[in-house]
Design a protein around this ligand. Sequence first.
Ligand SMILES: *Cc1c(COP(=O)(O)O)cnc(C)c1O
Length: 386
Amino acid sequence: MTLLPLDRELLTDASGPADLPRPRSTVRELPAYVAGRRADCAAVAALASNESHFPPLPSVLEVVAHSAATLNRYPDNGALELRESIAGHLGVDPVEVAVGPGSTGVLQQIITAVCDAGDEVVFAWRSFEAYPILTRLAGAVPVMVPLDAQEGHDLAAMAAAITDRTRLVIVCTPNNPTGVSLGQAALESFLAEVPSRVLVVIDEAYIEYARPATEAAADPATDAAVADSVALYRAHPNVCVLRTFSKAYGLAGLRVGYAVAAPAIADGLRRTGMPFAVSAIAQRAAIASLEPVAATEIAARVGAVTAERERMIGELRLQGWVTPDSLANFVWLRMPDDRRELVVDLLARNDILVRAYAGAGVRISIADRASNDRVLAVLASVAPAL
Ligand SMILES: *Cc1c(COP(=O)(O)O)cnc(C)c1O
């Protein structure tokens, strides 16, 4: 894996003298997780991590303040109330729900629960960069299947990549960093090909932007373009739905995500989780975020972001950029490295932080209209000729 010059700064030399304790070679050779650059002042537009640009909801802040009074106590390790609330929200049973510190934490629990050393984990590439890291950390082997020409998952190639050693397949929809999502029919035929002993994780970190709660039932176009993962789970007990409160729910700093899976798998996830990993504050904030009053506000925020996303995609194409139909809260611009360096530098000099991928392109989170307009103005000055 190639690292950007910026990323190298984050790497400390983990090799150390061989006669002193040092991390095992798997760990020494892990690529560092590259976090999006953080803004250090309000003038900087932080568009590198797909966070919600809205401040926390007042109703959520209130329960956070209230829960702070019991910080001397450990949280409920079983997170029963939160699991009941998630289960009610999705129409499943609490025994089918497991929570963890962000869906990245839950994914680590999943890999630990199902993979022995040498087992294979199949996923698309480029996708979420935690996948190869968590796979290698578990001693498992990443099998990375290139995206298709439309920047989406090549499900036929992914099905063909499954071997006797495959324990896990991860599909990411909408895909980070390209924004392309998987439809119901495509996932159904994929699942028909996957042996039932292989767990298929559907990572839906951005699903709220693809399938707004208020429209899902009414819009057949959305239904076809965006799979109903919970329905797929009901039909295929080897499916595991992975979601997070970090993105549309705006709780990235609190670390809470969850999986919906068959009771035996959900139980395995609860066993592999670090004890007390999800704080009481995070549990209460997540419960509050699913309350109807919060849900209405979140739906309005999601609506604002998706409207801006559509505007951005339209404007970028008018400028001459090639960008896929993202259904997430970001847009993807594939470009060669020399151009990428120019674009990212120019944006940075205009106080706009975006996520750069060596050898691939640039991912830009959607935020408020003013920030998006700043992005468009800078990109217009370096747009490819039409
Ligand atoms: C952001 C993201 C996650 C989850 O992040 P957490 O903060 O750990 O919940 C999971 N999957 C993808 C694809 C993401 O982009």
